[in-house]
Ligand binder design. Structure first.
Ligand code: ZN
Ligand code: ZN
Length: 254
């Protein structure tokens, strides 16, 4: 049983979803575009040039609300990296026609139908959707746990996270949820090299917008079984490495 879990879990981490194929329709809400590519709002999220406050609109399907400890971790992460005076998280149950598997187009539609809060005045708003079911991009050998898909939007496949956490030989729910959320949020911050330029080259170009630094939150490959086992053994949430933090600071962050 252990071998099975290790094998599957290993592959999960190879497939954090990233931004792809967003239509660049310039729909504007309250004058702030929210249908841009991932990374477009990096400086606005990191700095306080235009927006001193940030609000995360968490929308979840019944039964798939994220843990409050996870949201606290997100808040602390924002506070550590972004110049924001107020960081607010609002949670709301959404009633949608659920599916077993969602495409990113489905997710965009869910956001467009359910999102109620948009960036205006001095407050930047992020949309975070927590779904039942799975990503349609799952394969027999890899699973998508979350995807940053617009400049201020990410989705978490919470039911998939449930099925790969909190059992024997699996990471705890808190660790897995936090890792996925912070990873996707960091894509919104422009990592790696999508809206936030690299100071020292550390982009893992083979794997897109990811980091070459071992153990970094933005590292794509956790291919080393030993490293993964260690990670499972300790209840550690991966942190951003030096190069990623350097990039954020150069783009207005902390
Ligand atoms: Zn990623
Ligand atoms: Zn890094």
């Amino acid at each position: 049983m252990k071998h099975i879990f290790s094998g599957i879990a290993l592959l999960i981490f190879l497939s954090f979803g990233c931004s792809k194929n967003e239509n660049l329709d310039n729909l504007i809400s309250d004058n702030y575009p929210y249908k841009q590519q991932v990374g477009y709002s990096a400086n606005d999220i990191l700095s306080n040039n235009l927006y001193t406050n940030i609000l995360i609109e968490v929308m979840y399907v019944d039964g798939f609300k994220p843990r409050s400890a996870t949201l606290t971790n997100l808040k602390n992460f924002i506070s550590a990296r972004c110049y924001k005076t107020n960081i607010v998280i609002e949670e709301r149950l959404i009633n949608i026609t659920t599916k077993e598997a969602y495409s990113i187009d489905d997710v965009r539609e869910i956001e467009d139908t359910n999102r109620t809060l948009f960036t205006n005045d001095n407050q930047l708003v992020i949309s975070a959707i927590f779904l039942n079911g799975n990503s349609i991009n799952n394969t027999e050998t890899s699973v998508v746990l979350g995807t940053a898909y617009r400049n201020t939007s990410f989705v978490i496949f919470e039911e998939t996270i449930h099925s790969f956490s909190d059992s024997a030989f699996e990471p705890s729910r808190n660790v897995l949820e936090t890792t996925v959320i912070l990873h996707e949020f960091s894509h919104l911050l422009g990592l790696v090299n999508i809206g936030t330029s690299v100071v020292n080259n550390h982009q893992d170009s083979t794997h897109g917008a990811h980091c070459t630094t071992e153990n970094c939150l933005m590292n794509y490959q956790i291919e080393n079984g030993t490293k993964f086992s260690n990670w499972l053994g300790g209840e550690q949430i991966p942190q951003l490495g030096t190069f990623c933090i350097e990039d954020l600071r150069a783009n207005g962050g902390k």
